[in-house]
Design a protein around this ligand. Structure first.
Ligand code: ATP
Ligand code: MG
Length: 360
């Protein structure tokens, strides 16, 4: 049977703060799952690139590092960012330095309320909020275009230019429609700010209408980003898949994570839908230095991240089993502090492993 076993090679990159803690927890659960399942094998290779590396060598990624990463089927990422490194340096130094060359143009962010957990929305409970936000991950407001002149003078000017290309917008909106088509409710909301921004955002609206013609079975609508924030709070059940620009989706997904109960549960996938490069999977939360090393970080976001990674690698069944076990654990009240519980990272991780033993 070994000859027919599927093998997936995973690069792990814990990076900064609680990143290595939650990635370790994720790897522990993944190893357990693969052992119990037996139909596929996971091989892990760890890379210790971080803000510490940057402070010592001036680089986050060593020479040849990207070629090395490219050999793997997927990347499981922790978090990047350190108190003594400016955020734009760490973000561009590691995360975007992988996303951009690997063409991970679709950033997919599912949100839901776990069984046994509470949303700050008074009336919302498990099942009422079940969204996937698709974020443009290659250009837009974070294209790094623009500049500054007359530095420090009273008439200093800075421009931050958003770039929108038909190519990138079309492929992303098409990806979002395809994703919506695969979900039960088959509904897509296209978010822009086309009343105030009359170039790129109007082009987004036009492209959405064009692409929609190829998906007659998907119900879709358009929404301005400001109105969207209200709708997410007031009418969460009306939303399914949401597609938005790099900046808008960045903001909406933090709101989504908070509405689901904690930033400690939400995953995000940076996908290269062409599959020419490995895709990268990470929890939505940051490096959280305030709780680093204390053993209290919620590993659930990384478990969900790991499940999304397995789905991408074709292991849907195992991923579903794993998520059922994670929810069984939150439902039983084994939760970290951010979810109102008192368990530590290890306790939650071990409980999920024990649940997996029962499931197989
Ligand atoms: P970034 O700039 O990288 O997004 P940030 O400083 O904006 O980082 P986080 O590092 O995500 O945000 O932390 C925000 C808050 O959420 C902190 O109080 C942190 O302790 C908490 N937090 C983040 N992730 C977790 C987690 N996995 N478990 C528990 N609490 C978390
Ligand atoms: Mg943040």
């Amino acid at each position: 049977p070994m000859a027919t076993q599927r093998v997936h090679s995973i690069a792990t990159l814990g990076a900064d703060g609680i990143g290595p803690e939650v990635v370790d927890a994720g790897v522990q659960v993944l190893r357990k799952l693969a052992n119990l399942d037996g139909t596929f094998k996971l091989e892990f290779k760890d890379y210790d690139w971080s803000s510490e590396t940057y402070k010592k060598t001036g680089k986050y990624i060593p020479d040849g590092g990207l070629e090395e990463l490219k050999k793997h089927d997927a990347i499981l990422f922790g978090a990047v960012g350190a108190p003594d490194v400016p955020d734009h340096i760490s973000l561009w130094g590691l995360r975007l330095a992988i996303c951009q060359p690997f063409q991970q143009y679709a950033n997919v962010r599912p949100t839901k309320i776990f069984r046994g957990t509470e949303s700050p929305l008074r009336k919302a409970e498990h099942g009422d909020l079940d969204w996937v936000i698709v974020r443009e991950n290659s250009e837009g407001e974070y294209a790094g275009q623009g500049g500054r002149s007359h530095r420090g003078l009273p008439w200093e000017v800075a421009t931050e230019v958003a770039i929108f290309t038909r190519h990138a917008v079309e492929r992303l909106i098409r990806f979002a429609f395809e994703l919506a088509q695969k979900r039960e409710r088959r509904s897509l909301t296209v978010v822009t700010k086309s009343n105030a921004q009359r170039n790129g955002m109007v082009m987004w609206d036009e492209i959405a209408a064009e692409v929609a013609k190829d998906f007659p079975d998907v119900k879709w609508d358009k929404m301005l980003v400001d109105a969207m924030t209200c709708r997410m709070v007031l009418d969460p059940r009306s939303l399914d898949v949401i597609v938005a620009t790099n900046l808008h989706a960045d903001i909406l997904s933090d709101l989504a994570a908070a509405l689901a109960g904690s930033i400690g549960i939400a995953p995000t996938s940076n996908l290269d839908p062409t599959r020419q490069n490995p895709s990268m999977f990470e929890p939505i939360h940051g490096s959280a230095f305030d709780i680093t090393g204390k053993g209290v970080a919620n590993p659930v976001a990384t478990f969900w991240t790991a499940a999304e990674m397995l789905i991408w690698l074709g292991e849907e069944e195992a991923a579903k089993k794993m998520m059922d076990c994670v929810e069984a654990v939150t439902e039983r009240g084994i939760r970290t502090r951010d979810l109102g519980g008192s368990a530590g990272t290890k306790e939650v991780t071990n409980a999920v492993c024990a649940e997996l033993e029962k499931a197989y």
